[in-house]
Design a protein around this ligand. Structure first.
Ligand SMILES: [Zn+2]
Ligand SMILES: [Zn+2]
Length: 428
């Protein structure tokens, strides 16, 4: 078993603070309630331990709990793996293909993205998961996915126990009247009598646990299917989005380029083996990746740079015509705005009348963008988030202000000094 790199090491004890967040508290609460109730129901009222079947059932329940918690804590504490501070590619001339992260003071390795919650550049970032209060990425992808598989399986077993307990206990106690249902909870029908009778509170607790277990099965099961798609294609959720935008960009500008996603190894089995290994340690080092024939180590990052400059070109300038407090569901901006608030953990930005915003995407009643700060404020801090569409008005297009550098596609480039010598090098 792959216990080698697993779980909490003593020098990582500060990682325990990850538990202090609503995600892990709720997740561990649900796991505790469902597994404890399943064991109590099984032992007391449905399948006594004295019977061989009952013992096997009980051991299986313990097994689910242990395996679920093992993968859950590994996903949380092993973490996704971060790009080392100050990292740069081996050959310095390769730097032009990569974006630079000012926060981590390092180049963004292929497939890595900066997570604002973790405040680090995360290797092969898929998404930041509030339930493990950590990112899902290179190192913990397998643990995370196994957790998503085992949790619904355990919940299905527990649901079966809850339903059977309630059924066997309520059978013969229910009598149907002309317009009423009577449940006689005083009579225990089983032989021998259980030490603790199955009362109304036990019934309520079992029903509650059943609700939790069924909800978890559906919700987590869907997440498992999504993650399996990610693994089978070796394409993270973020990369699917980049690919989508690549097709858009190529179509929009009629450039005639063909974008090939470079990390799909061509067969599902090969893609699975990139993530799941017997040692528990995924293949590679999280910084360099095997690519398809005809692709380049930097095929994807170059596309990202192109998109970044394109986003700048296509972003639209808006001006706030109303104040907005930054509330998630604002009461004063209309019913539709209230009910269609974006379901993300991304922030909202407060606006005051006259603020300028560079919007990059939008829904019908909401927009996402970056507040344009005047030059006197510190340029390092960027204020990005959602705001109601009806608080802003489109500005006249001002082409001069939005021009990125057309040589290196980097929006950190101020023009001449960084990319002057590299002219033309980028079009791989
Ligand atoms: Zn970073
Ligand atoms: Zn994160």
């Amino acid at each position: 078993m792959a216990m080698g790199r697993a779980l909490v090491k003593f020098e990582n004890l500060h990682e325990l603070k990850r538990l202090c967040h609503w995600g892990p508290i709720i997740a561990l609460g649900v796991i505790t309630i469902c597994s404890t109730m399943a064991m109590i129901d099984a032992v007391l009222w449905y399948w006594p331990l004295e019977t061989p079947g009952g013992s096997v059932n009980f051991i299986m329940l313990i097994n689910w709990t242990v395996m679920i918690l093992y993968n859950y804590f590994n996903a949380m504490f092993v973490g996704p793996g971060y790009v080392p501070f100050g990292w740069k590619p081996e050959k310095s001339q390769d730097c032009v293909y990569l974006q630079y992260c000012k926060v981590c003071q390092s180049y963004k390795a292929p497939r890595s993205h900066h997570c604002r919650k973790c405040n680090r550049c995360v290797m092969k970032m898929d998404h930041h998961c509030p339930w493990i209060n950590n990112c899902c990425g290179y190192q913990n992808h397998a643990y995370f996915t196994l957790f998503l598989l085992l949790a619904p399986l355990g919940c299905i077993h527990a649901s079966f126990i809850f339903v059977m307990t309630m059924y066997t206990q309520l059978y013969n106690r229910i009598s149907f009247g002309w317009s009423s249902v009577r449940i006689d909870m005083s009579a225990a029908k089983r032989d021998p009598l259980p030490i603790i009778p199955f009362g109304l509170s036990a019934f309520a607790a079992s029903l509650f646990a059943l609700g939790l277990a069924l909800g978890t099965t559906i919700a987590v099961g869907m997440l498992f299917i999504i993650q399996m798609k990610v693994i089978l294609r070796n394409k993270t959720s973020i990369e699917s989005w980049i690919e989508e935008k690549a097709k858009d960009r190529i179509q929009y500008y009629h450039t005639g380029e063909i974008f090939i996603f470079p990390y799909d190894m061509g067969s599902k089995w090969k893609n699975i083996k990139q993530v799941f290994t017997w040692s528990g340690i995924p293949k590679g080092n999280g910084l360099e990746w095997p690519v398809k024939e005809g692709c380049h180590q930097y095929s994807l990052t170059v596309e990202q740079l192109k998109q970044k400059s394109d986003k700048r070109l296509r972003s639209v300038r808006y001006q706030a015509v109303e104040d907005y407090s930054g509330a998630c569901c604002p009461m004063t901006k209309g019913v539709k705005t209230f009910f269609t608030t974006p379901c993300t953990e991304e922030p909202r930005i407060a606006l005051s009348k006259g603020d300028l915003i560079l919007a990059t995407r939008g829904l019908k009643h909401w927009m996402y963008g970056e507040r344009i700060l005047d030059s006197t404020t510190d340029g390092e801090t960027r204020v990005r988030g959602w705001f109601p569409r009806n608080c802003v008005e489109k500005c006249q297009y001002d082409s001069e202000l939005d021009q990125p550098c057309s040589n290196c596609y980097s929006d950190q480039c101020t023009g001449a000094e960084r990319c002057g010598d590299e002219k033309g090098n980028l079009m791989v």
